[in-house]
Design a binder for this molecule. Structure first.
Ligand code: FDA
Length: 299
């Protein structure tokens, strides 16, 4: 963490909630499902897809996991009712992965089955490294029964190319991203270029074995690299999409869309936006740099 980021993290934690809200507003659809629906409608009107995420804090009991499941189920219903070009992203720990793996499987499977009936899709987000294997196990078990689910891999993890080689055998629908958590250097690349190299190497392997990839990045270097690879390997458009976070690099988002590539925006919503913003900030102080940029932008 740079000195300046440390200072920003401290200041943001002391800021009144309303001010934090002001700066995080562009990254979060709002408190309610209706907010996520509204944003999705606006993006859909431009031909842009979304994936909707119900913000939640780490849960500590089964009842909270059931509440999260209910909220996710409501998202699926709303997507159907409003005829939205959107799917659902879930955090496995919100469904109880850290409490009881069998319980988590059962309830995630219910959601995937519900989505299947609606011809929709559920993405399992990837969290920090204590959950990597558990999340892959959950995904593999779901994949035995369902095709409308996919997982995320993080290019900063040194294990990722091996995971990709193994998951490719299942015909996996991936989201490939750099990874947002602070991980120990024994298991994760810390060098920016190594993370990028690992990203492109994994992408090549995914394409080579014919998998579908959500290329989730705002890094122009990687987007250019992906364009080049798609061209060289003659990857058809039904084998990939680009993905970005709400409120980030909208210029680039619109360019990718104008270039005729499918693009999906990650749209988080929910009452837990404050805790979520602060936790994200502590987890990854680089976000502090982005908040600082926003402050400058708003002056
Ligand atoms: P990088 O961080 O280098 O950013 C490139 C440029 O984008 C920056 O210079 C800046 O201009 C801009 N930028 C990036 N993030 C910004 C922000 N928050 N605010 C303002 N500007 C920003 N991670 C994970 O561990 N598990 C997951 O399941 C997911 N899921 C996921 C879904 C989607 C759709 C996306 C786009 C990302 C994720 N991530 C994630 C987060 C991902 O791992 C990564 O931390 C961020 O995408 C930032 O990495 P970039 O590749 O964008 O590069």
């Amino acid at each position: 963490m740079t000195f300046i980021n440390k200072i920003i993290v401290s200041i943001v934690q002391l800021m009144p909630k309303a001010l934090v809200r002001f700066f995080s507003a562009r990254y979060i659809a709002g408190d309610t499902l209706q907010d996520a629906i509204n944003i999705t409608k606006q993006l859909n009107a431009k031909g842009i897809y979304t994936t909707i995420d119900v913000l939640g804090e780490a849960i500590s009991n089964i009842e909270e996991a059931l509440e999260s499941k209910k909220a996710c189920s409501e998202v699926l219903d709303a997507i159907k009712e409003n005829n939205l070009m959107a799917n659902l992203s879930i955090k496995p720990t919100q469904m109880g992965l850290g409490i009881d793996e069998d319980f988590c499987y059962k309830h995630v499977a219910d959601l995937v089955e519900e989505a299947e009936k609606m011809n929709n899709f559920v993405r399992l987000d990837m969290e920090d490294s204590p959950y990597t294997d558990k999340t892959f196990n959950l995904y593999k078990k779901l994949k035995e029964k369902y095709n409308n689910t996919g997982v995320v891999v993080q290019s900063y993890l040194k294990r990722t190319l091996d995971d990709v080689k193994s998951l490719n055998k299942l015909g996996t629908n991936y989201r490939l991203c750099k990874g947002i958590y602070i991980e120990p250097e024994e298991i994760a690349y810390k060098n920016r270029q190594k993370v990028r190299d690992s990203f492109l190497e994994s992408l090549r392997q995914m394409f080579k074995d014919g998998n579908y990839v959500g290329i989730a990045t705002h890094d122009e270097y990687l987007i250019k690299g992906a364009y080049k690879m798609i061209d060289e390997m003659k990857i058809s458009k039904d084998k990939f999409e680009f993905q970005m976070l709400l409120g980030v690099r909208e210029d680039l988002r619109d360019k990718i869309n104008a270039d005729g590539y499918k693009i999906r925006i990650y749209v988080p919503f929910g009452e837990h936006w404050y805790k979520y913003s602060i936790r994200r900030l502590k987890e990854n102080p680089n976000v502090a740099g982005h908040i600082a940029k926003n402050i400058l932008l708003f002056r």
